[in-house]
Design a protein around this ligand. Structure first.
Ligand code: CAA
Length: 287
Protein backbone atom coordinates (compact mmCIF):
# COMPACT_ATOMS: atom_id res chain seq x y z
CA UNK A 1 0.00 0.00 0.00
CA UNK A 2 1.07 3.56 -0.72
CA UNK A 3 3.15 5.70 1.50
CA UNK A 4 1.12 8.78 2.44
CA UNK A 5 0.16 10.55 -0.78
CA UNK A 6 2.29 13.71 -1.17
CA UNK A 7 2.78 14.02 -4.92
CA UNK A 8 -0.40 14.54 -6.91
CA UNK A 9 -1.00 15.08 -10.62
CA UNK A 10 -4.15 16.59 -12.10
CA UNK A 11 -4.91 16.10 -15.80
CA UNK A 12 -7.02 18.97 -17.12
CA UNK A 13 -7.11 22.52 -15.79
CA UNK A 14 -10.69 23.51 -16.63
CA UNK A 15 -13.12 24.47 -13.90
CA UNK A 16 -13.04 21.02 -12.25
CA UNK A 17 -9.31 20.35 -12.72
CA UNK A 18 -8.37 23.84 -11.53
CA UNK A 19 -10.57 23.42 -8.44
CA UNK A 20 -9.06 20.01 -7.65
CA UNK A 21 -5.54 21.39 -8.11
CA UNK A 22 -6.36 24.35 -5.85
CA UNK A 23 -7.54 22.19 -2.94
CA UNK A 24 -4.58 19.80 -3.31
CA UNK A 25 -2.13 22.71 -3.20
CA UNK A 26 -3.95 24.25 -0.23
CA UNK A 27 -3.64 20.89 1.53
CA UNK A 28 0.16 21.26 1.23
CA UNK A 29 0.56 18.64 -1.51
CA UNK A 30 3.12 18.91 -4.28
CA UNK A 31 0.76 19.26 -7.25
CA UNK A 32 1.44 19.14 -10.99
CA UNK A 33 -1.37 20.17 -13.35
CA UNK A 34 -1.18 18.92 -16.92
CA UNK A 35 -3.01 20.71 -19.73
CA UNK A 36 -3.01 20.14 -23.49
CA UNK A 37 -0.33 22.77 -24.17
CA UNK A 38 1.50 25.70 -22.60
CA UNK A 39 -1.26 28.24 -23.42
CA UNK A 40 -3.94 26.07 -21.81
CA UNK A 41 -1.61 25.52 -18.84
CA UNK A 42 -1.30 29.31 -18.39
CA UNK A 43 -5.10 29.67 -18.50
CA UNK A 44 -5.40 26.96 -15.84
CA UNK A 45 -2.99 28.84 -13.59
CA UNK A 46 -5.06 32.00 -14.01
CA UNK A 47 -8.22 30.07 -13.10
CA UNK A 48 -6.67 28.87 -9.84
CA UNK A 49 -5.24 32.31 -9.06
CA UNK A 50 -8.67 33.94 -9.61
CA UNK A 51 -10.40 31.44 -7.35
CA UNK A 52 -7.81 31.91 -4.58
CA UNK A 53 -8.16 35.68 -4.91
CA UNK A 54 -11.97 35.41 -4.56
CA UNK A 55 -11.53 33.37 -1.38
CA UNK A 56 -9.05 35.94 0.01
CA UNK A 57 -11.51 38.74 -0.80
CA UNK A 58 -14.24 36.80 1.03
CA UNK A 59 -11.97 36.40 4.07
CA UNK A 60 -11.63 32.57 3.83
CA UNK A 61 -7.85 32.71 4.28
CA UNK A 62 -5.06 35.28 4.03
CA UNK A 63 -3.05 36.29 0.98
CA UNK A 64 0.05 34.44 2.21
CA UNK A 65 -1.90 31.14 2.25
CA UNK A 66 -3.11 31.81 -1.29
CA UNK A 67 0.41 32.66 -2.49
CA UNK A 68 1.85 29.54 -0.83
CA UNK A 69 -0.77 27.39 -2.55
CA UNK A 70 -0.03 28.91 -5.94
CA UNK A 71 3.71 28.44 -5.40
CA UNK A 72 3.13 24.74 -4.70
CA UNK A 73 1.54 24.24 -8.13
CA UNK A 74 3.42 23.39 -11.30
CA UNK A 75 1.59 23.76 -14.63
CA UNK A 76 2.77 21.79 -17.62
CA UNK A 77 1.76 20.92 -21.15
CA UNK A 78 3.22 17.38 -20.97
CA UNK A 79 1.85 14.20 -19.34
CA UNK A 80 5.48 13.01 -18.99
CA UNK A 81 5.82 15.41 -16.06
CA UNK A 82 3.49 13.14 -14.06
CA UNK A 83 5.99 10.23 -14.00
CA UNK A 84 6.79 10.47 -10.26
CA UNK A 85 3.21 11.01 -9.00
CA UNK A 86 1.63 8.80 -6.30
CA UNK A 87 -1.88 9.84 -7.32
CA UNK A 88 -3.13 11.24 -10.62
CA UNK A 89 -6.66 12.67 -10.83
CA UNK A 90 -7.91 12.92 -14.41
CA UNK A 91 -10.36 15.80 -14.94
CA UNK A 92 -10.19 16.25 -18.71
CA UNK A 93 -13.06 16.67 -21.16
CA UNK A 94 -16.07 14.35 -20.59
CA UNK A 95 -15.39 12.20 -23.65
CA UNK A 96 -14.75 8.44 -23.55
CA UNK A 97 -12.10 8.36 -26.29
CA UNK A 98 -10.16 11.28 -24.83
CA UNK A 99 -10.21 9.81 -21.31
CA UNK A 100 -9.32 6.30 -22.50
CA UNK A 101 -6.32 7.71 -24.34
CA UNK A 102 -5.20 9.59 -21.22
CA UNK A 103 -5.45 6.47 -19.03
CA UNK A 104 -3.50 4.38 -21.54
CA UNK A 105 -0.79 7.07 -21.59
CA UNK A 106 -0.72 7.44 -17.77
CA UNK A 107 -0.32 3.67 -17.43
CA UNK A 108 2.94 3.93 -19.39
CA UNK A 109 4.17 7.17 -17.82
CA UNK A 110 3.43 6.87 -14.08
CA UNK A 111 6.35 4.85 -12.70
CA UNK A 112 5.17 3.74 -9.25
CA UNK A 113 3.12 0.55 -9.74
CA UNK A 114 1.31 1.38 -6.50
CA UNK A 115 0.22 4.81 -7.73
CA UNK A 116 -3.52 5.40 -7.93
CA UNK A 117 -5.10 6.64 -11.15
CA UNK A 118 -8.44 8.33 -10.44
CA UNK A 119 -11.00 9.84 -12.77
CA UNK A 120 -13.31 12.76 -12.06
CA UNK A 121 -15.73 11.51 -14.72
CA UNK A 122 -19.37 12.00 -13.86
CA UNK A 123 -20.82 9.40 -16.18
CA UNK A 124 -18.28 7.35 -18.15
CA UNK A 125 -17.85 3.78 -16.80
CA UNK A 126 -14.77 3.64 -14.56
CA UNK A 127 -14.27 0.06 -15.74
CA UNK A 128 -13.71 1.26 -19.31
CA UNK A 129 -10.89 3.56 -18.13
CA UNK A 130 -9.40 0.87 -15.87
CA UNK A 131 -9.31 -1.55 -18.82
CA UNK A 132 -7.23 0.96 -20.80
CA UNK A 133 -4.43 0.27 -18.27
CA UNK A 134 -2.60 -2.78 -16.94
CA UNK A 135 -3.48 -1.78 -13.37
CA UNK A 136 -7.28 -1.70 -13.21
CA UNK A 137 -6.99 -2.61 -9.50
CA UNK A 138 -5.44 0.86 -8.92
CA UNK A 139 -8.04 2.79 -10.99
CA UNK A 140 -11.24 4.26 -9.54
CA UNK A 141 -13.66 7.18 -9.78
CA UNK A 142 -13.15 10.22 -7.55
CA UNK A 143 -15.93 12.60 -8.46
CA UNK A 144 -15.85 16.19 -7.16
CA UNK A 145 -18.58 18.85 -7.28
CA UNK A 146 -18.46 22.31 -8.73
CA UNK A 147 -17.20 24.63 -7.26
CA UNK A 148 -14.66 22.13 -5.92
CA UNK A 149 -13.16 24.39 -3.23
CA UNK A 150 -16.63 25.06 -1.82
CA UNK A 151 -18.67 21.83 -2.01
CA UNK A 152 -17.70 19.21 0.60
CA UNK A 153 -18.68 16.00 -1.22
CA UNK A 154 -16.64 13.52 -3.23
CA UNK A 155 -18.13 10.34 -4.74
CA UNK A 156 -15.79 7.34 -4.62
CA UNK A 157 -16.53 4.84 -7.39
CA UNK A 158 -14.75 1.48 -7.47
CA UNK A 159 -15.06 -0.56 -10.66
CA UNK A 160 -15.42 -4.37 -10.56
CA UNK A 161 -11.58 -4.56 -10.74
CA UNK A 162 -10.68 -1.89 -8.15
CA UNK A 163 -8.85 -3.36 -5.13
CA UNK A 164 -10.39 -2.67 -1.69
CA UNK A 165 -6.99 -1.18 -0.59
CA UNK A 166 -7.27 1.39 -3.39
CA UNK A 167 -10.70 2.44 -2.11
CA UNK A 168 -9.45 2.70 1.48
CA UNK A 169 -6.38 4.71 0.45
CA UNK A 170 -8.42 7.18 -1.59
CA UNK A 171 -11.08 7.59 1.10
CA UNK A 172 -8.36 8.35 3.65
CA UNK A 173 -6.81 10.83 1.24
CA UNK A 174 -10.14 12.57 0.57
CA UNK A 175 -10.97 12.85 4.28
CA UNK A 176 -7.59 13.50 5.84
CA UNK A 177 -5.73 15.50 3.18
CA UNK A 178 -8.60 17.28 1.42
CA UNK A 179 -11.14 17.48 4.26
CA UNK A 180 -13.95 16.16 2.03
CA UNK A 181 -16.84 13.85 2.92
CA UNK A 182 -17.10 10.75 0.74
CA UNK A 183 -19.97 8.60 -0.37
CA UNK A 184 -19.52 5.39 -2.36
CA UNK A 185 -21.38 4.54 -5.51
CA UNK A 186 -21.44 1.54 -7.83
CA UNK A 187 -19.92 2.08 -11.26
CA UNK A 188 -23.17 3.11 -13.00
CA UNK A 189 -23.56 6.18 -15.22
CA UNK A 190 -24.26 9.27 -13.10
CA UNK A 191 -23.31 7.60 -9.80
CA UNK A 192 -25.57 8.84 -6.99
CA UNK A 193 -25.73 12.59 -7.41
CA UNK A 194 -25.97 13.04 -11.18
CA UNK A 195 -28.44 10.16 -11.53
CA UNK A 196 -30.74 12.29 -9.36
CA UNK A 197 -29.66 15.78 -10.44
CA UNK A 198 -29.61 15.46 -14.25
CA UNK A 199 -33.30 14.46 -14.69
CA UNK A 200 -34.20 17.49 -12.55
CA UNK A 201 -32.09 19.84 -14.71
CA UNK A 202 -33.52 18.30 -17.91
CA UNK A 203 -37.08 18.77 -16.58
CA UNK A 204 -36.32 22.45 -15.97
CA UNK A 205 -34.95 22.79 -19.52
CA UNK A 206 -38.09 21.13 -20.93
CA UNK A 207 -40.22 23.58 -18.91
CA UNK A 208 -38.40 26.57 -20.39
CA UNK A 209 -38.43 24.96 -23.85
CA UNK A 210 -42.20 24.43 -23.85
CA UNK A 211 -42.96 27.95 -22.61
CA UNK A 212 -44.43 26.51 -19.40
CA UNK A 213 -42.45 29.16 -17.46
CA UNK A 214 -39.59 31.56 -18.15
CA UNK A 215 -36.01 30.63 -17.20
CA UNK A 216 -36.06 33.36 -14.55
CA UNK A 217 -39.28 32.03 -13.03
CA UNK A 218 -38.13 28.40 -13.06
CA UNK A 219 -34.99 29.45 -11.16
CA UNK A 220 -36.81 31.77 -8.75
CA UNK A 221 -39.28 28.96 -8.06
CA UNK A 222 -36.60 26.58 -6.78
CA UNK A 223 -34.47 29.25 -5.07
CA UNK A 224 -37.31 30.86 -3.17
CA UNK A 225 -39.74 27.96 -2.96
CA UNK A 226 -37.27 25.21 -2.02
CA UNK A 227 -34.27 27.18 -0.66
CA UNK A 228 -31.88 25.84 -3.32
CA UNK A 229 -28.75 28.05 -3.52
CA UNK A 230 -29.35 28.42 -7.25
CA UNK A 231 -32.17 27.45 -9.61
CA UNK A 232 -31.75 24.54 -12.05
CA UNK A 233 -31.08 26.64 -15.15
CA UNK A 234 -28.45 28.74 -13.37
CA UNK A 235 -26.95 25.47 -12.13
CA UNK A 236 -26.94 24.00 -15.65
CA UNK A 237 -25.16 27.19 -16.81
CA UNK A 238 -22.61 26.76 -14.00
CA UNK A 239 -21.93 23.08 -14.81
CA UNK A 240 -21.73 23.92 -18.56
CA UNK A 241 -24.48 22.93 -21.00
CA UNK A 242 -22.07 20.76 -22.99
CA UNK A 243 -21.26 18.83 -19.83
CA UNK A 244 -24.94 18.52 -18.88
CA UNK A 245 -25.69 17.22 -22.40
CA UNK A 246 -22.86 14.69 -22.36
CA UNK A 247 -23.83 13.38 -18.90
CA UNK A 248 -27.46 13.09 -20.08
CA UNK A 249 -26.33 11.17 -23.17
CA UNK A 250 -24.30 8.73 -21.05
CA UNK A 251 -27.24 8.21 -18.69
CA UNK A 252 -29.60 7.70 -21.62
CA UNK A 253 -27.21 5.26 -23.26
CA UNK A 254 -26.89 3.27 -20.03
CA UNK A 255 -30.53 3.17 -18.86
CA UNK A 256 -32.59 4.01 -22.00
CA UNK A 257 -35.06 5.96 -19.82
CA UNK A 258 -36.79 8.94 -21.50
CA UNK A 259 -36.19 11.06 -18.38
CA UNK A 260 -32.47 11.07 -19.25
CA UNK A 261 -32.91 12.03 -22.93
CA UNK A 262 -31.33 15.45 -23.63
CA UNK A 263 -34.10 17.84 -24.81
CA UNK A 264 -33.68 19.38 -28.30
CA UNK A 265 -33.24 22.90 -26.83
CA UNK A 266 -30.20 21.72 -24.85
CA UNK A 267 -28.66 20.15 -27.94
CA UNK A 268 -29.30 23.26 -30.08
CA UNK A 269 -27.75 25.50 -27.40
CA UNK A 270 -24.64 23.31 -27.30
CA UNK A 271 -24.41 23.40 -31.12
CA UNK A 272 -24.79 27.21 -30.94
CA UNK A 273 -21.89 27.48 -28.47
CA UNK A 274 -24.22 28.81 -25.74
CA UNK A 275 -22.61 26.76 -23.00
CA UNK A 276 -23.48 28.82 -19.93
CA UNK A 277 -21.12 30.79 -17.71
CA UNK A 278 -17.95 29.76 -19.49
CA UNK A 279 -19.09 31.30 -22.80
CA UNK A 280 -21.00 34.21 -21.24
CA UNK A 281 -24.43 32.97 -22.32
CA UNK A 282 -26.64 29.98 -21.62
CA UNK A 283 -30.10 30.21 -20.10
CA UNK A 284 -28.87 33.48 -18.57
CA UNK A 285 -26.17 35.95 -19.61
CA UNK A 286 -22.94 36.63 -17.71
CA UNK A 287 -20.33 39.42 -17.82
N1 CAA B 1 -11.88 28.44 -1.52
C1 CAA B 1 -12.63 28.36 -0.40
N2 CAA B 1 -13.83 28.95 -0.27
C2 CAA B 1 -14.28 29.65 -1.31
C3 CAA B 1 -13.56 29.77 -2.52
C4 CAA B 1 -12.31 29.12 -2.60
N3 CAA B 1 -11.56 29.17 -3.68
N4 CAA B 1 -14.28 30.52 -3.39
C5 CAA B 1 -15.41 30.84 -2.74
N5 CAA B 1 -15.40 30.33 -1.49
C6 CAA B 1 -16.44 30.45 -0.47
C7 CAA B 1 -16.85 31.89 -0.30
O1 CAA B 1 -15.99 32.54 0.58
C8 CAA B 1 -18.25 31.72 0.24
O2 CAA B 1 -18.20 31.39 1.61
P1 CAA B 1 -19.17 32.11 2.68
O3 CAA B 1 -20.56 31.82 2.17
O4 CAA B 1 -18.83 31.46 3.97
O5 CAA B 1 -18.81 33.56 2.58
C9 CAA B 1 -18.79 30.50 -0.52
O6 CAA B 1 -17.63 29.79 -0.92
C10 CAA B 1 -19.58 30.82 -1.79
O7 CAA B 1 -18.97 31.93 -2.37
P2 CAA B 1 -19.14 32.70 -3.75
O8 CAA B 1 -19.04 34.13 -3.50
O9 CAA B 1 -18.18 32.16 -4.75
O10 CAA B 1 -20.57 32.40 -4.34
P3 CAA B 1 -22.06 32.46 -3.85
O11 CAA B 1 -22.21 32.81 -2.41
O12 CAA B 1 -22.77 33.26 -4.87
O13 CAA B 1 -22.44 30.90 -4.04
C11 CAA B 1 -22.28 28.81 -5.18
C12 CAA B 1 -22.18 30.30 -5.29
C13 CAA B 1 -21.23 28.27 -4.21
C14 CAA B 1 -22.01 28.26 -6.58
C15 CAA B 1 -23.70 28.42 -4.65
O14 CAA B 1 -24.67 29.09 -5.40
C16 CAA B 1 -23.96 26.93 -4.74
O15 CAA B 1 -23.54 26.14 -3.89
N6 CAA B 1 -24.69 26.51 -5.81
C17 CAA B 1 -24.99 25.10 -6.06
C18 CAA B 1 -23.83 24.46 -6.74
C19 CAA B 1 -24.07 23.00 -7.01
O16 CAA B 1 -25.14 22.44 -6.82
N7 CAA B 1 -23.02 22.35 -7.54
C20 CAA B 1 -23.08 20.97 -7.89
C21 CAA B 1 -23.08 20.88 -9.37
S1 CAA B 1 -23.17 19.21 -9.89
C22 CAA B 1 -21.57 18.81 -10.14
O17 CAA B 1 -20.65 19.57 -9.99
C23 CAA B 1 -21.34 17.43 -10.53
C24 CAA B 1 -21.26 17.18 -11.97
O18 CAA B 1 -20.67 16.17 -12.34
C25 CAA B 1 -21.94 17.98 -12.97
Amino acid sequence: MNARIQRVGVVGGGQMGAGIAEICARAGLDTVVCEADATAARAARERVAASLERAVQRGKFDRMTAEDALARLVFTGSLDDLADRQLVIEAAIENTDAKTEIFAALDKIVEDPEAILATNTSSIPVMRLGMATHRADRVLGLHFFNPVPVLPLVEVVPSLHTAPETVTAIEEFAHNALGKTTIQSRDRAGFVVNALLIPYLLSAIRMAESGFATAADVDAGMELGCAHPMGPLKLADLIGLDTVASIAESLYEEFKEPLYAPPPLLQRMVEAGLLGRKTGRGFHTYD
